[in-house]
Design a protein around this ligand. Structure first.
Ligand code: AHG
Ligand code: MN
Ligand code: MN
Length: 340
């Protein structure tokens, strides 16, 4: 839901919008506004590196492998450090978890700990970095659950999606966008490079009830279950959709970009389990759960390939993977009806 109608048509920065939202939260302390503002600062810094990636030596590989067993791109490592250093001194977080780091990231001893927790994928879509294809950052914010006000632990990071207090992503593409939810709808802000400010551009985003675009890596088709094969094959049936023709196939290979298009245009994104990745490929805490919070706030649906809601999954390890089927409610329900 929009924060207040008198913002339509005005130049509204993300900082002002967050403050207006805080006014709707009785015991808001402003900590939250500060946290989101620091994240936007990190986003601007990453966007700056992404926009000049082809010019300076941040392309290519670091020659190291992360906890996921994946080659670490220089921009992955840079983005990871930018986010950590933008937030480690704020006194707002008690612990962080990053896709790029095996263990949780503690707040340096010289800084105070706060009441929030940040799980993040610093750079999503790494395989696309060198091709100048849209990439992004995904973040998820929880309140700490361990007692006291000292360092947080894995327990604070490994909370189910329904406990999130905020979730969002940045897309570094033709323009730089920030999309987030705090449980009061989904709102999008576009970076105005001339001002260095994220300005409200998409207030109260609602995903269409259904869409005619499906997004999946069909290269994995022979690894899917028969039900998933039948469902996706059915989308190519010219007679589908009461004869109005097959669905369109769109697959960028950056989750944030594929999700952002699905959120705005409707349809379905799938990264199902397959024989080579029985638990799926995408990570629960800093990919699936934050996007599930956003899509549900926008009126959509996110499940793990069965009828289990992503937001209900209780994590039992930090880098846990999950199958992900996310998008317009009618499309996801159509998937669930297919005999998978
Ligand atoms: P990351 O770059 O953070 O590791 O994420 C890559 C993910 C996600 O962005 C995308 O949807 C998926 O990998 C693409 O996987 P495939 O190349 O197997 O299709
Ligand atoms: Mn990712
Ligand atoms: Mn990543």
């Amino acid at each position: 839901m929009p924060v207040s109608s008198n913002m339509q048509g005005k130049v509204v920065t993300v900082t002002r919008y967050i403050m207006e939202m805080e006014r709707n939260i009785p015991d808001a302390t402003g900590d939250f506004s500060n946290l989101l503002s620091e994240i936007t600062l990190a986003g601007k810094m990453i966007q700056r590196e992404v926009s000049k990636a082809g010019l300076v030596d941040v392309l290519g590989k670091t020659g190291t492998v992360n906890v996921q067993g994946e080659e670490v791109m220089k921009l992955d490592a840079l983005a990871d450090r930018i986010i950590y250093q933008a937030l480690d001194h704020t006194g707002l977080l008690c612990v962080m978890a990053s896709e790029e780091e095996e263990d949780v990231l503690h707040i340096p001893p010289e800084y105070p700990c706060g009441k929030y927790v940040l799980n993040y994928d610093p750079l999503d879509g790494s395989s696309n970095i060198e091709a100048n294809v849209s990439i992004g950052t995904i973040f998820s914010i929880h309140r700490r659950v361990t007692p006291g006000n000292g360092h947080g632990t894995e327990v604070d990071c490994m909370q189910p999606g329904f406990k999130q207090v905020a979730a969002g992503y940045l897309v570094y593409g033709s323009s730089c966008m920030l999309v987030f939810t705090t449980g009061q709808g989904v709102h999008g802000f576009t970076l105005d490079p001339s001002m260095g400010e994220f300005l409200l551009s998409h207030e109260d985003i609602r995903i269409p009830g259904s869409g005619n675009i499906y997004s999946v890596n069909e290269g994995n088709r022979e690894l899917w279950s028969q039900g998933t094969k039948d469902y996706v094959d059915g989308l190519r049936d010219p007679g589908k959709r009461n004869g109005s023709g097959p669905y369109k196939s769109r697959y960028i290979g950056s989750l944030v970009a594929d999700f952002h298009r699905t959120l705005l245009y409707g349809g379905i994104f799938l990264y199902p389990s397959d024989t080579s990745s029985p638990q799926g490929k995408l990570r629960l805490l800093y990919e699936a759960a934050p996007l599930a919070f956003i899509v549900e706030q926008a009126g959509g649906m996110a499940v793990d390939g069965t009828s289990r809601r992503i937001m209900d999954i209780l994590p039992d390890e930090l880098h846990q993977r999950t199958p992900l089927v996310i998008g317009s409610r009618e499309n996801v329900e159509d998937y669930l009806k297919s005999d998978r």
